[in-house]
Design a protein around this ligand. Structure first.
Ligand code: FAD
Length: 232
């Protein structure tokens, strides 16, 4: 990878996903020249990105859960549907893990493709903030302190997602990344968040987390009740 740049980046995102990649892509879409840096490497030592969510968190856990859920269905519920097994069903852990690895790999490749398509410069390596990092204020738990707009104590540095205090969720990271960029660029950020990271989303009704009245941290049922609508 070419690491000699004679380019000034307007935005540098540290950490590719899930908060970082969405923020970087949105910043490019809004006309900013963006680099996204991530130090993650595969087990084989190859450059990759996608952080906790894709490599060891949300995606691999759901891939494994899908296998175990299907096994449970087949063992305990298929009979009621008239589907009978001729022999004992059992797990092949090696195959499950291999499938999980493939899911992770294709998701990582998809993210890299999105970077290329949106002209985000991806750099694999450790980022250092030479001047400003020293002054970042941390709270008692080591989380970066931010205000209601995710500004840190250092001008020009914003922090989102798991490094700040609050719920640790990939969906939240994505929304915060977009909100920071949009607020910086056009003051039109779509998430209205308080420093406590309780979020009220106003757009994108396709996704239930964003429906008016929904708040991250509440179940769909609880949020629906708050909105005065019952769900079955
Ligand atoms: C087992 C498990 C299951 C989960 N399931 C879900 C789920 O179903 N739904 C959900 O919403 N959330 C889930 N989460 C939580 C979710 O994964 C995290 O909230 C989310 O990944 C946090 O995103 P982030 O943007 O803070 O980045 P992270 O995923 O924490 O990644 C940070 C990235 O920054 C990079 N980085 C850090 N410092 C530097 C540096 N100095 N230079 C270069 N790169 C750097 C790292 O290499 C890494 O890639 C799960 C977590 C776990 C552990």
């Amino acid at each position: 990878m070419d690491t000699n740049f004679d380019v000034i980046f307007i935005v540098i995102v540290i950490g590719a996903v899930p908060g970082g990649d969405i923020a970087a892509i949105r910043a490019e879409q809004l006309g900013m020249n963006v680099a996204c840096v991530d130090a993650w490497k595969t087990k084989e030592g190859k450059p990759t990105q996608d952080g906790t969510c894709n490599n060891i968190g949300c995606i691999p856990s759901k891939a494994l859960l899908q296998s175990s859920k299907n096994l449970d269905q087949a063992k305990h519920h298929f009979g009621a549907l008239g589907i009978m097994s001729m022999g004992e069903l059992r797990m092949d852990v090696a195959v499950m893990l291999e499938r999980k690895n493939q899911v992770v790999k294709s998701s990582n490749e998809g993210k890299l493709y999105l970077f290329r398509k949106n002209k985000v410069q991806f750099l694999n390596g450790l980022a250092f903030m030479t001047r400003a990092a020293v002054g970042l204020e941390l709270d008692g738990r080591g989380a970066v302190v931010v205000n209601g707009e995710w500004r840190t104590s250092v001008p020009s540095i914003w922090a989102i997602a798991d490094v700040v205090r609050g719920l640790m969720l990939a969906h939240m990271a994505e929304e915060e990344g977009v909100a920071v960029v949009e607020r910086r660029r056009c003051r039109c950020g779509r998430a209205h968040c308080r420093p406590s990271r309780s979020c009220r989303f106003q757009h994108d009704p396709q996704r239930h987390l964003h429906q008016p009245g929904n708040r991250l941290g509440r179940s769909h049922r609880a949020a629906a009740q708050i909105r005065g609508r019952s769900i079955s």
